[in-house]
Ligand binder design. Sequence first.
Ligand code: FAD
Length: 261
Amino acid sequence: MKTFNYHSTNDVKEATKLASSNSAFLAGGMTTIPSMKLGLASYKDIIDIKRIKKLSGIKVSGKSVIIGATTKHVEVANSKEIKKAIPSLAALAEGIGDPQVRNRGTIGGSIANNDPAADYPSACIALNATIHTSSRKITADKFFAGMFETALKKGELIQSVEFQVPEKSCYQKYPNPASRYAIVGVYVAKHKNGVNVGVTGAKSCVYNEKNIASALSKSFSSSAIDNVKIPSSGMNSDIHASAEYRANMVKIFAKKAVDAC
Ligand SMILES: Cc1cc2nc3c(=O)[nH]c(=O)nc-3n(C[C@H](O)[C@H](O)[C@H](O)COP(=O)(O)OP(=O)(O)OC[C@H]3O[C@@H](n4cnc5c(N)ncnc54)[C@H](O)[C@@H]3O)c2cc1C
């Protein structure tokens, strides 16, 4: 590992001021530390944000669930309020990685990293999330910009993620047996004004599967998806699954999610 400056702060403004074109925020460190150790990334400044109290915690109201950026996966998985308001979100967090990862990894780190196979981005899309940052609010459909890319500007800090409470929802994933990242993960959420289907693992970036969403908005039943065609073009293809397999899994897992709602 190369040398770097380590900063720790308890203030959002200071954290953003310390940021530069060659810095990273340190939340759970579950991506940043291994990437540095393996020589895949190097930074001049590491800005530890774990001491910033206002970035952590869970607030639930009738309409929304707000999760602070440094809230760990285990806290979301165990939250009684989230289990009551959006049980599928707590279940998603419970299915991330392993106990070590869930005890360190954070929701802000997960969505800032935007791994194409990460779980939380699909929840953000399905649950009409708003990402509150140090300078603005970004809706999920504008936040996830591409593989490991987001709308965040350099030094912009995620403060919290606000999810809309749906009428019904369910997340189903086919996990990689080693890492538990999604080979394909489908998050179906039925809202008063329509359905969203957040898909992760299948393409280079999370997306809303509009054809399935539109069929489910007309009739919320798994048979409504039967005639929807999911093209394999643009799907990931690797040693774990071909593009055609992933395209088929999107449909299968959407049906599973609807049946389990
Ligand atoms: C073995 C293993 C298995 C895993 N399995 C899964 C899985 O099954 N599903 C899944 O979804 N994920 C999985 N992960 C990812 C993990 O859950 C973490 O969410 C992820 O690694 C990043 O979160 P972190 O808090 O550790 O972020 P860090 O590593 O601390 O930071 C990652 C990046 O996010 C930026 N960042 C962090 N916090 C903020 C913030 N508040 N605002 C702006 N930028 C920020 C940092 O600058 C950095 O670029 C796995 C990771 C490992 C190591």
